[in-house]
Structure formats: C-alpha cells, structure tokens
Design a binder for this molecule. Structure first.
Ligand SMILES: [Zn+2]
Ligand SMILES: [Zn+2]
Length: 569
C-alpha cells in the first residue's frame, strides 16, 4: 500500500547565500527522504520557501542601502538556482511574502485570538529617543552580561551563543545612532503557551520514535515549564496584524514563518487546480508529516508549532522532527559574520553536486556535530566516489561495451526467461548480499525510512566494494581470452549489481544515478522505473560510457581552506 508523506523543510532567511551548514542540517536529508519515498511510489509533497521577514533582512538592507524587498528578491532567486544545481527537489519553494501566506497567517492568528490562546498585554521595550522608534532584537547592541564581549545583540550574544533580553545588556545602545535607549511600555499580543503545557507533555511522551537528542532536548525544556511568548513586534517590515490599532506593529517572524508549511501546501494545491488538495497532506491518519530542520530550531517545531496546531485544531501534528546537529568547518564553529563558511553558490560554481551530496551524507550530523574539511572532501571524492564506485562502473561498462558489441552479454543457460538461473555460488552470494543491502536501505522500517542516512549510504558503498572484489576474483578481462562465456557471465552479474547500485544510491547521488541509468541503456527518468531491480536485458544496447566522477587535485585543499575567514564572497 502506498503512503502519503508530507516533507516540511526549514525556511531559510533571505538575507544571504546558503552555506554547507544549511545543506547538511536540513535540505539534503529532506531531499534524500523525498527521493526515497518517491521512487518507492509513495505520494510526496516537499515544501519550504524563503523567509522574507525579520530584522536580519532589514539590517542587511540598511547596510547595503537597499529596500528589504530588493534583498529578499535577490536571495530568493539565488536559492532557487542553488536548489536546481544541487538537485534539492522541492515540489514548491515559495516565500513568506505572498498574499496567500499573509491570509493563512491571519486566519491562524484570528482563530487563536478568538479561542483565547492569543491575548493582549504590555511589555517594556527599548526605545531610541533619537531615532524615535522601538529597537527590536538586533537593533540594540551592548556588552554581554555573560562573557563581557562587546557587540552582543538584543536577542543573542554571538560570541558565547547565549540568548539574551535587551534589558540584560550592559551599556545598551542603539545600533543606528549609538544613543542609550529608554525602556517604554508597548502593547503586544502573546501566545498562551502555558495553556498547552499538559497536552504537549502527553503528546511528546508518545513520540518514542523521535531521535533521542530531539526528544531529550524537548522534554528538558518542557519540564522546565513554558512561558507565554510575544508574537508581535514594533517594526514595519513583516506581516501586518489583522486587528485595528496595531498599524505600527507586525507579526513576529517566528510566529508566521512556521505557518508557512501550511500556507505553502495551500499554494501548491491551488497550483494543481484543486484548491482542496491540501487537506490530504494535513488531515487524516493516512499521511505522515516530517519536519527537517537544524537543532537550533527544535523547540519551534516540537513545542510552539504543535501548540499553535492544537489551538487551531483539525490539523495533523508533526509525525517526526529529525533535526540534525551542526556542521563545523575545518574544526571550527561555522560563522557567517566571520566568513567561516563554505557558500553553496561558490561551491557549485566550481564543483559537481554529487561529490558534495556524497560527503555531506556520509558525514551527516545526525546524532552529533560533524566536521567538513576540504581535505576530506577531496579524499573521499577520489578514494570512494572515483576509485571504488566510479571505477567499478566504468571498468565494467567500458569492457562490456568494447567486447560485446556495445550490448548486455547473455548469461549462460538463461533461455528466454529473464530470471538469472543457474548462477554459480559466488554469483548467488553477491546477488543475495546486494539484495539484502537494498532491502535494508529501502524497506518499510528500513534505514532510509527511519532517516538513518549515513548508515544507508555506507551500506550501499559496501556493495560497491564487494562487487569490485567479485570482479578481482572473476577476472573477466583475462578469462575472456580462454572462456568467453565465463567472462560474459560475471560481467552480466556485475551489470545487474551496478543496476541495483544506481537505485540504492539514487537518493544520495541523483545526477550520477541518472547518467548510469542511461549508460545501462534505460530511457527516461530513473525515478519512473520505481524500486524494481531491473536485471539488464541480454542484447540491450548500452550507451557509450563516460566516467561518472572526476578525480580532483587534492593539492587544492590547502588553497580552498585558506579562503575561509575572508570576505571574498
Ligand atoms: Zn537611535
Ligand atoms: Zn556573551
């Protein structure tokens, strides 16, 4: 029976280019998961979009002397190009700037207000007497009360990573003009999280299939007690409030961005011509929703968004939130302000997508932080993609192409049936092992089903290793001189396993799997073939093979590493 899978992916701020931390944290695992379910024939909807609101964007706009709308348009376009080049296969990647999104956000706001889950109250906010405006989050700076570094912001200290309140800052001042702010009362709306504490606790306790780190983190926070949170701000960039008298305020970005998962689904439904189609991904027992996010976003997806959904009612809560940990770069914490990052558009301008997908998958920060280093990137590309997998494919295809008239050879005694019988013991052994690997990776409840991406990729690579070993034993390149049929047999088996490998590796390496699919003489898109092990048909024409991967100069690692920390991009 087919499943319906809703894949929600974190919304990146449209205030700068994507970097490898974003990709390893949320976008690549989501894409692998989507491709896995699609090739199995399940109905998948994967959505996200640019987060166009929030003070990071207005600050960036002020720095560059542009309008916020120019900044978000520029980066949204760049995100779309990056997804296409890296093969991140969204069904819809929209923005929080659409009328549809504002409408859905207003509906949720008003419904929660109507039910008493949103209420009005005043809070003390920093106000700059010089600029005559309230100073949200990042518009106020000062000295960190914890580590005493200067340049801590009203929401967080970048130096020690502690979240802060503006009132805690030592020597606070307006970022714009340097004036010491006054604190003034301002009326705002609050989300009554305290009303959901018991329901959330009951619900979270049942989520035993969540990753341990996600579950523990959520439980610890929940046991510490929830506080109501302000969901509006004194700013002019963002979604206006759907109530009168609050014209100078906007809905706070964290409240409306999570609503994007629902509004994007509605936008997608409209684009299919069936407005009602969104229901099938948000209601009922026959759909599961997965939220792919980085660990800094866990609470928004395991507590706050579920509370909003509980308050609104009649919509599915997340089934799983497989949040990843962080990716460090060359042993140091990734920092965009210090330019300690590898930017995705920069990478894609010089290298192919699959080697990056490979490295970030085999080294994915699923249960703990992992490190990206250029040395490892070059080494794994050359030793694993080129020497192990690429070489296996290339030597088999090239040899068959030259010695068997560019066609799949015929296995002995096969007759008219496409069943490969009889096989010798070694052939059977390899066939069984690779089939077992495919099942472990792909089965319901298997590795990919449970979001164990790293393990799944490692298992596929052991099949490539094993097949190389098989060929080293069978030596068809030598044997062909005395026994052409024996060589044909082992090459036929190797082609079958390679065909299986293209499927096993497809979610991770979609570009090279598609190429291999074509070299094997298959037409159309690999995903349309589904999850069947197609043994190549004897006599089937192969395409002239090319190497799947290019060897890279490992000497470049030093040069690449030396670029880190410089504002060259
Ligand atoms: Zn000021
Ligand atoms: Zn600090």
């Amino acid at each position: 029976m087919n499943e319906r899978i809703f894949i929600a992916v974190a919304w990146p701020y449209a205030d700068g280019p994507l970097h490898l931390g974003h990709i390893a944290g949320a976008y690549l695992p989501a894409d692998i998961f989507a491709r896995y379910h699609r090739i199995k024939g399940n109905e998948v909807l994967m959505v996200s979009g640019s987060d166009q609101h929030g003070t990071p964007i207005t600050i960036k706009a002020e720095q560059e002397g542009k309008q916020p709308s120019e900044i978000v348009t520029q980066y949204h376009q760049q995100f779309l190009e990056s997804w296409q080049k890296l093969g991140i296969s969204f069904d819809l990647f929209t923005t929080t700037g659409t009328a549809n999104h504002a409408e859905v956000a207003h509906d949720i706001f008003l419904t929660l207000l109507d039910r008493g889950y949103i209420y009005k109250s005043t809070m003390s906010q920093p106000f700059c007497p010089q600029c005559q405006r309230f100073l949200p989050d990042r518009y106020i700076e000062g000295t960190c009360p914890y580590c005493h570094s200067s340049g801590a912001r009203g929401d967080q200290c970048d130096e020690c990573g502690k979240p802060l309140n503006a009132a805690e800052l030592i020597d606070p001042h307006c970022r714009q003009c340097g004036t010491t702010p006054q604190f003034k009362d301002s009326e705002h709306f609050f989300l009554k999280l305290t009303a959901f504490e018991d329901r959330l606790l009951d619900w979270v306790k049942q989520q035993t299939h969540w990753r341990q780190n996600v579950l523990n983190f959520t439980m610890r926070y929940l046991e510490g007690g929830l506080k109501d949170r302000a969901i509006t701000r004194d700013i002019d960039w963002g979604i206006p409030l759907p109530v009168e008298g609050f014209e100078t305020k906007r809905i706070y970005v964290w409240f409306e961005a999570v609503i994007g998962y629902l509004s994007a689904t509605k936008e997608w439904a409209k684009s299919t011509g069936d407005d009602k189609k969104w229901h099938s991904f948000w209601q009922g027992d026959d759909v599961k929703s997965y939220y792919f996010i980085g660990k800094d976003n866990i609470l928004f997806h395991t507590l706050i968004w579920p509370a909003m959904l509980m308050g609104y009612g009649d919509l599915n809560l997340p089934y799983d939130v497989p949040a990843n940990e962080f990716l460090t770069i060359e042993g140091r914490k990734l920092s965009t302000s210090r330019h300690w990052a590898v930017w995705l558009p920069d990478y894609l301008s010089r290298y192919d997508p699959d080697p990056l997908r490979y490295l970030l998958s085999i080294n994915m920060p699923e249960t703990g932080d992992t490190d990206f280093s250029w040395r490892e990137f070059f080494r794994r590309n050359n030793d694993e993609l080129v020497a192990t997998y690429g070489n296996l494919v290339n030597r088999v295809l090239t040899f068959v192409y030259r010695n068997f008239d560019g066609c799949v050879p015929t296995y002995e005694d096969m007759g008219a049936s496409d069943k490969v019988l009889p096989l010798d013991d070694r052939d059977v052994d390899l066939d069984n092992k690779s089939l077992a690997a495919l099942n472990t990776i792909y089965a319901d409840g298997g590795l990919l089903y449970q979001c164990h991406f790293k393990q799944a990729l490692k298992m596929a690579m052991t099949v490539a290793h094993e097949t190389n070993r098989y060929l080293d034993e069978k030596e068809p390149w030598k044997v062909i001189k005395e026994d052409r049929q024996a060589a044909a047999n082992s090459l036929y088996v190797a082609l079958g396993i390679i065909s299986r490998l293209k499927t096993m590796l497809y979610p991770f390496l979609p570009f090279s799997s598609q190429k291999l699919h074509e070299y094997l003489g298959c037409e159309g898109r690999i995903e349309h073939y589904g999850l069947q092990t197609v043994w190549p048909t004897p006599g089937q024409k192969l395409l002239p093979p090319q190497p799947l991967f290019a060897k890279l100069d490992e000497g470049l690692a030093e040069e690449e590493t030396s670029q880190l920390g410089h504002a060259h991009y």
